[in-house]
Each structure stands twice: as C-alpha cells, then as structure tokens.
Ligand binder design. Structure first.
Ligand code: ADP
Ligand code: MG
Length: 351
C-alpha cells in the first residue's frame, strides 16, 4: 500500500521485524528507508568529533547545527566529500550509528542495500560493505547511484528504451542513460551543491570583503539562487564578518548577484549533460527526445535549473516528485524483486 508521497504505510508488525534496510549514503545527506516503515532517517552526512580523543560527539542534524560554531577541540567533519569517502573510520561509524538507530530487534539481521556514489574506489566499496556487515547486515547489496535514482522515479529501466537521469548531489552530478537494466552512457563530474555553496562564499569575499559560513552560503543559494536566464527581484540582507576590520557586518544583495555567482557551476552541469547526450547512441537519443530527462538529487531543486536545461538541450525536463528522497526509495525497491534487480546491482557486490 502506498501513501501520497510514494512511501509505503507502516504496518504494526514491521516495527518489531526490521528485515530490509535501504541506505542512500550521500555526500550531503544520508537517508535510511526501512521496508514496511518508510524513511526513518534523513540527516546530513556530518559528524562532530572531539579532537583530543577522537570521540564522536554528535551525528547528522545535531552535528550540522554545530558547523562553523565549534570551540577549539571540537570539529565537524563530512566523512564523504566530492563523491568519495574522505574519512573511512568516521564514515563507518556514521553508517553503523544510523543502522543501529533503526534496528528494533538485535536478533534479526537485516538485508541491507546501500546506494554509493559511483566515483568511489574498490577499496572504499569494500569499506562500506564491511561497515554494513559489522552493523549486523546479513546480506549486503551495493547499488549504483543512477540506477537507484531511476528506480526511485519508476523509470522503465529494464525495457529496451533509453531513460536519462541527472542526479545532482552535494559533491557530484551524475548523468546516465539507462536501457535494459544497464548504464549505457555515464558521466560524473565533481560539481554539485557544495561547489555552488563555495561559489557563493567566494562571491561575497570578492565583491563585499565579507566572510560567510557554509550554512549561510547554502541558505542563500536555496532562497536566492537561480539558474534560469530570467531575473527575479529579490533583495536580502546577508550577515558575515568583514575581511578587512574583522567585525560583523551586514550587506544587501540582489538575487541577480547570486545567479551570477552560481553561473559557472551551472554551466559545468549543462555542458556535462550535452556531452552525455552526444555520447548517447542515436536510437536511445530518440527515446530521450520523446521521454525527456529526469532530474533528481537536492540540486534539482535549484530554481530555474529545469528551465535552463530545457532551453539548452531543447528536451523535456522533468523534476522528480521528491528529488531528495528518490534515491533511497529506489534503493529500497530492489528488495521487491532481488532476482530481477540482480542485474542493476553493482557488479562488485560479491567478493
Ligand atoms: P547527496 O546525495 O550528495 O547527499 P542530496 O541529493 O541530498 O546530495 O542534495 C544535497 C544538495 O542539494 C546540497 O548541496 C543542498 O544544498 C542542495 N539543495 C537542497 N535543496 C536545494 C534547493 N532548494 N535549491 C538548491 N540546492 C538545494
Ligand atoms: Mg545522492
């Protein structure tokens, strides 16, 4: 049974028997979906660590509130950065923490499917698999991100038609054409939401001598950023620290300025999409012309990005219904028919 937002309804017994867990291990957000119960965890992939003894003080949302505000001994770390695992140990602890949080019965060892950024190496895959195993997983399946995204938006990936998905996450943008349960063309670039935040930070530094934090930059991007050629007339006050005299100050910015700041990152994404289309075999390209391109990931929510892609590619662009959740829901769907989806799982799933 499915509710409005594609999430299955929680059944009474599923509270006690957690059997199938799907995890979207994103560079920005980690989501955990439990079959029969829905998405139970949706938190930033951040941990706060006490430097002196490496003890983890906070995970997820709690750790994010500490970002840029920590005293000397405490640091906030993102274990995944730029689509790769930057800190193995912390990534493992974070995965285990989130799995433990959803487990209600220690005697049942769940099946776990994890969607991993496609840029991660063989060694890193192994580390993710081991972490899930240590956390009590009975069977571990690693799923390629574009496949999970496509499954999440219910594209007919096993049919002989081309489907194109663009997943814009924190660290990377992954563009893939899928047909007959395989990835035909795939481009991954290290440009995503983080790069856009950084561009906003740099813009304020250069134009106003103002230093702003990552969370502030992200909030500005979300509320004022745009990728579309048309200009909205939003003006907001932004607070930060003056680079020259070091004291807090406020500046007034126009949304057009933020649009300019994001233009380069957006340009890279558009170019990569064009390149992927160029590399797509003609039969599949004609399918995409009919069926369009689906946008997923948090970056899909950037205002005007769909319009910009529509103008530049002249193709229909569809933003997924819930772009931040479709990867984890797609990962969860592999349990519905493991045999059928065996093909879509990462080829390195057995060791
Ligand atoms: P990942 O899969 O790497 O964890 P997500 O798909 O969760 O990434 O997307 C997170 C990124 O999306 C962040 O960089 C965040 O700033 C960005 N994001 C979220 N909402 C919006 C929005 N409304 N406009 C622009 N960017 C957004
Ligand atoms: Mg993602």
């Amino acid at each position: 049974m499915e509710t409005e937002n594609n999430q299955p309804k929680e059944s009474f017994w599923s509270r006690f028997f957690v059997n199938d867990i799907a995890i979207d291990l994103g560079t920005a957000n980690t989501l955990v979906y439990v079959k029969g119960r829905g998405i139970l965890i949706n938190e930033p992939s951040i941990v706060a660590v006490r430097r002196s003894d490496q003890v983890i003080m906070a995970y997820g949302s709690h750790a994010k509130t500490m970002m840029g505000r920590t005293p000397g001994d405490l640091v906030t770390v993102r274990p995944l950065k730029d689509g790769v695992i930057a800190d193995f140990d912390l990534a493992e602890k974070m995965i285990r923490h989130f799995i433990k949080k959803v487990q209600t019965n220690r005697f049942i060892r769940p099946r776990i499917a994890i969607c991993i950024p496609s840029g991660i190496t063989e060694v890193e895959r192994r580390a993710v698999r081991d972490s899930a195993e240590h956390a009590g997983g009975r069977e571990i399946h690693l799923v390629q991100e574009p496949m999970a995204a496509a499954l999440g938006v219910k594209l007919p990936i096993d049919e002989p038609v081309g489907s194109m998905v663009i997943d814009i996450g924190g660290g990377t943008t992954e563009i893939a054409v899928i047909s007959l349960s395989g990835i035909v063309t795939d481009i991954s670039i290290r440009i995503g939401g983080d790069e856009m935040n950084e561009a906003v930070i740099q813009y304020f530094k250069k134009s106003y001598n103002l230093l702003i934090g990552e969370n502030t930059a992200e909030a500005i991007k979300i509320t004022m950023g745009s990728a579309a050629p048309h200009v909205s007339d939003d003006v907001k006050l932004v607070k930060g620290r003056d680079l020259v005299d070091g004291i807090p100050k406020t500046v007034k910015v126009h949304s057009k300025e933020i649009q300019e700041a994001l233009a380069e990152s957006v340009g890279y994404i558009v170019d990569a999409v064009k390149l992927c289309l160029e590399r797509t075999p003609p039969e599949l390209a004609s399918d995409i012309l009919d069926r369009g391109i689906v946008l997923t990931g948090g970056g899909a929510l950037l205002k005007g990005l769909d319009e910009r892609l529509r103008i530049d590619t002249e193709l229909p662009i569809i933003v997924a219904e819930d772009p931040l959740k479709c990867v984890v829901l797609g990962t969860g769907r592999i349990f519905d028919n493991l045999n059928e989806f065996e093909k879509v799982l990462s080829p390195t799933k057995r060791y």
